[in-house]
Design a protein around this ligand. Structure first.
Ligand SMILES: C[S@@+](CC[C@H](N)C(=O)[O-])C[C@H]1O[C@@H](n2cnc3c(N)ncnc32)[C@H](O)[C@@H]1O
Length: 364
């Protein structure tokens, strides 16, 4: 059975776990440290733990941090059950009615009043940065906050894609045109159901170290990093493809952000349209690798970009590795075509990235 934590919360441009599994198996041994500095939903660190490796993860986006930390530092199911009972017993719906009324119209169309009061309560109570129990509950909510509610009763919202949060105006037009209303959902009931479903798989024994930071800041945490990071399996933002901050705006709101999409406040690197700025970010990534990786480390990078041919991407990535000031050799590369994007259903005609490139480098 596929481990049920993998799909805790979807994320745009996420790795299939088979990709990580193959490279972990090929390049590392049990006990080795594996790093993903752009961890997204945490596939690399989680798969590494399942395979008996040690894991370090980082991402600048709080949604990515929450989901990664939840799966790689999972508490026991009984602790989460106890916390849910306490939260449910303490809930006073009327206390959250003023906050509900003050939210922008999108929220009142997206969620039924009782459901929105529950969401607002949990948003105000969960200490997801401080407690792994609250973090797991928050990650469960992030995974069910929006999605195809007409086909699944586990989604709290009116009909939306599950991978990204569509923009408020677009969503409202869509619901109005299709005459769709927000379903009434019992959040605590759904959380209990999802919890039982996820914990049908045993959490891994090991725990990952997870940072919420810009990749450029990782050398500052060197004290907390182990000396020998043997392997990196990662996927930086693709050139001019998507903004995780915009795509995740509703989940970011749940984690304490503003009730509207923001741009370049969480991350300045999500969607570079300027090639110089993009390759500067990749150069910064290599500088960090040069500072923190062990001798003979392996680095696997999956990436892509609009307007580039695969060979141009591979050549540019290889050229940037020079700034690591280490000997870096491209050992293997592969190109694959991207198909079946869920967002196309909601944003017909949206032109994404047509292929992605995998590069395996060996560092001296
Ligand atoms: C392609 S996604 C990674 C997806 C991941 N492989 C997965 O399986 O979900 C790129 C990630 O880079 C993060 N990111 C963007 N700029 C960053 C930065 N300067 N430092 C760290 N993370 C950053 C984004 O938040 C996003 O989660």
């Amino acid at each position: 059975m596929r481990h049920r934590f993998h799909a805790l919360c979807p994320y745009f441009a996420m790795f299939p776990e088979g990709f990580v599994e193959k490279w972990v198996d090929q390049l590392t041994r049990p006990g080795d440290y594996i790093l993903d500095p752009f961890s997204g939903r945490g596939t690399t660190p989680f798969q590494a733990l399942i395979m008996g490796r040690k894991a370090i993860a980082n991402d600048i986006n709080p949604v990515a941090f929450c989901v990664t930390y939840a799966k790689t530092n999972a508490p026991s199911i009984s602790t989460i059950r106890r916390r849910l009972t306490i939260l449910e017993n303490d809930f006073q719906p009327n206390d959250y009615e003023p906050a509900r009324r003050f939210l922008p119209p999108f929220f009142r169309r997206a969620f039924s009043p009782p459901t929105l009061r529950q969401i607002l309560y949990l948003r105000s109570q969960l200490r997801w940065k401080e407690s792994n129990v609250d973090c797991f509950i928050a990650a469960l909510i992030l995974g069910s906050l929006h999605g195809e509610s007409s086909v699944s009763p586990s989604y709290l919202s009116n009909q939306m894609p599950r991978t990204i949060s569509t923009k408020p105006e677009y969503s409202m037009r869509y619901w109005q045109k299709k005459n769709m209303r927000a379903p009434r959902r019992e959040t605590f009931e759904i959380l209990r159901r999802l919890l039982n479903f996820r914990y049908a798989s045993e959490p891994p024994v090991g725990r990952a170290t997870v940072f919420l930071a810009d990749i450029r800041d990782l050398p500052r945490f060197k004290q907390k990093l182990p000396g020998r990071i043997a392997c990196v399996i990662t996927s930086p933002p693709y050139f001019n493809v998507t903004s995780y901050e915009e795509d995740q705006w509703l989940r970011l709101w749940f984690l304490g952000g503003p009730p509207f999409p923001t741009y370049r406040e969480v991350s300045k690197d999500d969607r570079h349209e300027n090639p110089t700025a993009y390759w500067n970010m990749i150069t910064d990534m290599w500088r960090v690798f040069g500072l923190i990786l062990a001798p003979n480390a392996n680095i696997v990078v999956r990436f892509g970009g609009k307007g580039y041919e695969p060979n141009q991407l591979i050549d540019a990535m290889t050229a940037c590795s020079v700034v690591s000031r280490r000997r870096v050799r491209l050992a293997h590369h592969a190109v694959s075509v991207i198909k079946n994007k869920q967002t196309d259903v909601f944003r017909p005609g949206s032109k994404g990235c047509k292929f992605e490139v995998d590069c395996h480098f060996r560092m001296g």
